[in-house]
Structures are given as C-alpha cells and as structure tokens.
Design a protein around this ligand. Structure first.
Ligand code: Q9C
Ligand code: ZN
Length: 346
C-alpha cells in the first residue's frame, strides 16, 4: 500500500476570511479539507500514514528569495505592530507602469509587494504551517530518492503551486512541488517532470522553472480567459532560453469534461516521456471536479480514478503532492480515487 505523509500542524493555518465577490467569506482552503481526505484514506485502507521529518532551509532557499522568506516569517508580527486588527492582506500593488522592484518600509506596502492576489490572507500560524507542509513534501521526496518507495502521497496543506520565488497567493506560500523537484534534481534524477492537474494553472511552478531544461512543467487547467490566476497559463508559453520546450500548458474552456481533459492528459504524458523524465511529481488538485465551488471544469469522481490509472501506465516513480480541491464533501473520494487509480494500471 502507498505510504502517506501527514502532519496535523497544517491546522496552524486558519485564516478568518477570504475575499470573494466583494464579500469576506470563510476560506475555501480550510483545515477541514484534510479531515475528509484522512477519513477516506482510512476507509480505503491507506493505513500507512507517517509524520514528516524536519528539513532545514537549504532547499527552500534554492527556490525562494531570502527577502520573501523573511517577509513570510516576520510580516505578520509587523502587521500587528502597525495596529492592524485582522489577518494580513494586500490592498495595493505595483500595477502597470509603477515601480515594482523597490520594497517599501511600511508593512501595508510590503504585503502588496509580495502578494500576487488579495484573496489570500496571512494569519498567525501560516508560516509554521507552510514550513511543515514543505517537510511533508520533502519527507516523501526522500523516500523516493533513496529508492525505498516507488510512489508516495504527501498530504500537504497549505498548497504550493501558485507561490513564485517571491510572491504568495492563491492560498500558497512555499512551492512544495518546486522544492521537491529541486531536491530530486540534487539527489536522484537528471530530468524531473511536474504534472499539475489542479484546475488552476500553477503559475508559480511555471515561473520558477521557465528558463530551465532540467525540470519540465506540464499543466492541465481552466484556460486563463475564464479561470484564476488569469494572467498566465496560455498554450503558447513554452519556456524561455535553455528552458524552451520544457513548459507545456493545456488550457481548457469552462465546462470542459473528461473527453477533452483526457486528450490533454495523453498528450501531456507523451511530452513527459519524450523529455526523458526519471522522476515524476504530480501536483494533485481535485478542483477540476464538476461540483467544485470555484473550479469551472466538469470531471467526475470516476474520472479521477481513470486519471490515476492513465498516469500509472507510464511506469515512472511518482510523488503525489496535494494542492487544491474545495468540494469538501467529495475531496476525500476524489483524491483517494486518484491514488487507487495509480495503484491499478490498465
Ligand atoms: N472565483 C489552489 O487551488 N480564487 N488555489 C478563485 C474564483 C483563488 C486556488 C476565485 C483560487 C486559488 C491551490
Ligand atoms: Zn486549484
């Protein structure tokens, strides 16, 4: 049975609000998501659930900028010292034709410098939870790198794929998949591929590896015309310089079902094989599900099993990392269907 890495320290992130449609709502990305996944894992006999080891910051510093990490660690205290009552949130940005490379001294300015969107608020426990989420990811990576496991599931929370080298947003702070890809490059594999099936484009992963040819990024997502993060994820973004050809996007129009989605998967897996991939990382979001409250695509719970099976057929060592998914009642079924598909080739 596949090993699962998990820590209940994810609960330390518990922001009060998310800004949606002009209203402050209970965050979609909430601790209970993980309870539903754990419940389903136990029901389906995934009993090998182990805690993470602690990793130092070496790998994190290869992916994220030092000043950004300093902001994540200390920004919330600065925000409180400024006298603000609620969680830390951005309200102003270096928008078009403004200066975007000078960090203000004021914390309200700083948060705008480091945020890529305003839906995501930072609370007291966010930094600690993000650090543990990175440990959950790296603990899984170590098992794959040293050959003791061929497939593992890192039950990460908070998610990571929107976080860039120096920006948070989309519920993400540290880019777990990118950190793991770097770890695999350093320890075990010349060519690493990340296949991102979260319904949102993983702008952070794309941006981090855009000019590199050792990490391939393949993403299937709601097209930017319809879907967050809106400003990246078009099909003509193929990588730059050395990285030309090592980025592949499959944007799908709102309402898309498995007939189109599955074609993108077949093509994406071919790209992954042609790349000479030695280690595969899956950014597993289940928010392409038909009942997801913020995702525009229409996959069924059964489709998640089929997706797992289809990926398993390429027979690569595979590290599955949890990203998004907000249809909370079905998140466990969808995530575990995917894992069960991975264990059962066609
Ligand atoms: N009307 C992840 O799935 N807001 N992040 C969307 C839709 C932000 C998603 C608003 C969505 C972030 C990891
Ligand atoms: Zn998502």
């Amino acid at each position: 049975m596949m090993k699962v890495i998990y820590s209940d320290q994810h609960k330390l992130r518990n922001a009060q609000f998310e800004l949606l449609g002009g209203v402050l709502v209970r965050p979609f990305e909430r601790p209970e998501r993980i309870d539903y996944i754990l419940e389903r894992l136990k029901e389906r006999k995934f009993h090998d659930i182990i805690p993470p080891k602690e990793f130092d910051m070496t790998l994190v510093k290869k992916i994220h900028k030092a000043d950004y990490l300093d902001f994540l660690e200390n920004g919330f205290a600065e925000w409180k010292a400024e006298g603000y009552e609620g969680d830390m949130v951005a309200t102003s940005w270096p928008a078009r034709r403004m200066v975007d490379d000078r960090l203000p001294d004021n914390i309200d300015g700083k948060v705008g410098y480091y945020a890529l969107a305003s839906e995501t608020m930072i609370d007291k426990g966010t930094w600690q939870a993000a650090l543990v989420s990175k440990d959950v990811a790296l603990t899984g990576a170590e098992m794959i790198a040293n050959g003791s496991e061929k497939m593992v599931f890192s039950l990460c929370r908070p998610p990571g794929h929107h976080a860039t080298a120096d920006m948070f947003g989309g519920y993400c702070f540290l880019n777990n998949a990118a950190i793991v890809a770097q770890y695999m490059r350093d320890q075990a594999a010349k060519k690493v591929a990340i296949l991102d099936i979260d319904v949102h484009h993983g702008n952070g992963i794309q941006d981090i590896f855009y000019e590199r040819n050792d990490v391939l990024y393949v993403s299937i997502h709601g097209r930017p015309q319809d879907t967050y993060p809106y400003f990246l994820g078009y099909d003509d973004e193929n990588g730059k310089g050395m990285g030309e050809g090592a980025n592949k996007n499959y944007p799908i129009a709102a309402g898309g079902k498995y007939d189109v989605w599955g074609q993108a998967l077949i093509d994406g897996l071919q790209t992954i094989q042609d790349f000479g991939t030695e280690a595969l990382i899956i950014s597993l979001g289940t928010d392409a599900f038909e009942k997801d409250p913020i995702g525009p695509l229409k996959l069924t719970s059964d489709d998640f099993f089929t997706i797992g099976q289809t990926i398993a057929n390429v027979s690569l060592s595979t590290h599955i990392i949890m990203e998004g998914g907000y249809a909370i009642k079905e998140i466990g079924i969808n995530a575990v269907n995917f894992l069960e598909g991975m264990l059962e080739k066609k």
